[in-house]
Unconditional design. Structure first.
Length: 120
């Protein structure tokens, strides 16, 4: 019975913590920039109309959305990292069972060398 083994892929690893932090800070900064623009447009655009309320809603609710999105890191995203321990378990390859190991025997001959204790 031959088992199929899947080698773990580097692309299946989660995002590096530094890269994830940079991405989250960038996303937060962009969202807060949009919020600032909404706040300015809410105050500047005249006459007051329905768009003023849209800008007000953006200025009010975008901070909450930005914080929730920034705090939802990779721990909320499922990953499919393969465990190397599972890859090591299983049947040995069939070729290894058929080969007989080679044994090397060393026979020493000659006069033994004196040790330090014998020289004193």
């Amino acid at each position: 019975m031959k088992s199929t083994r899947h080698t773990p892929s580097v692309t299946s690893l989660p995002e590096a913590p530094q890269d994830e932090a940079k991405r989250r800070v960038r996303h937060y900064a962009i969202t807060m920039g949009i919020r600032t623009a909404c706040f300015i447009l809410m105050a500047v655009v005249q006459p007051i109309g329905w768009w003023t309320f849209v800008f007000a809603a953006g200025a009010i609710f975008l901070p909450y959305i930005a914080v929730v999105a920034a705090n939802a890191g990779a721990d909320s995203t499922p990953t499919t990292v393969e465990s190397p321990v599972l890859e090591l378990e299983g049947d040995a390859p069939e070729t290894a069972a058929e080969e007989t190991p080679k044994v090397i025997t060393i026979h020493e001959s000659g006069r033994p060398t004196p040790s330090r204790d014998d020289a004193s």
